[in-house]
Design a protein around this ligand. Structure first.
Ligand code: AR6
Length: 170
């Protein structure tokens, strides 16, 4: 499995499936979630609403899949990262963040996809410490090598430097 890191906007990445860092309502928000719905169009929200009607909210750490609407990817996997609470429930939050990566990879595999792009889940509005989130993301992806290519798409400079540093070290 090949792991890459790029700096940019995940909505432009041409892979089989991109991952969205959403919230448990599945009905959109800000950050990467806002960008995906804005550019992907209303078909994504329609699919999310169908999932809501079927299963209710999406729990933290879990993942669901929808159309990618107008985006270049074939599908979007929506996963709900943990909100960082200043470290009070850190072990649980670390586990939940790892579950986001694990469950997204599993869903991609079930759909026979070969390539996936991840944003830096929970490190924006949900305030998870970037270094720790990167360690968890890289470790979890390496332990679950089920696809041919995984791209970490970093939006901000800080995350990009952190990922570059960890991936070049190895
Ligand atoms: N492409 C790639 N990464 C992006 C993009 C983009 N277009 N836009 C932001 N990022 P966030 P969270 C990065 O806040 O912390 C939403 O309202 C950003 O720099 O999008 O998991 C949801 O609905 C950061 O590194 O997601 C939830 O309510 C990373 O994506 C809540 O935010 C994640 O930042 C989820 O919070």
């Amino acid at each position: 499995m090949k792991i890459e890191v790029i700096q940019g906007d995940i909505i432009k990445v041409e892979v089989d499936v991109i991952v969205n860092a959403t919230n448990s309502s599945l009905l959109g928000g800000g950050g990467v979630d806002g960008a995906i719905h804005r550019v992907g169009g209303s078909k994504i929200l329609e699919d999310c609403q169908k999932i809501r009607n079927r299963q209710g909210k999406c729990k933290t750490g879990e993942a669901v899949i929808t159309t990618a609407g107008n985006l270049p990817a074939k599908k979007v996997i929506h996963t709900v990262g943990p909100v960082y609470n200043g470290g009070q429930r850190l072990e649980k939050e670390k586990e939940l963040l790892a579950n986001c990566y694990k469950n997204s990879l599993e869903l991609a595999k079930e759909n026979n996809f070969k390539s996936i792009a991840f944003p830096n889940i929970s490190t924006g509005i949900y305030k998870f410490p970037r270094e720790l989130a990167a360690q968890i993301a890289i470790k979890t992806v390496k332990e679950n090598t089920v696809l041919e290519k995984v791209i970490f798409v970093c939006f901000d400079d800080e995350n990009y430097k952190i990922y570059k540093n960890y991936l070049e070290k190895e």
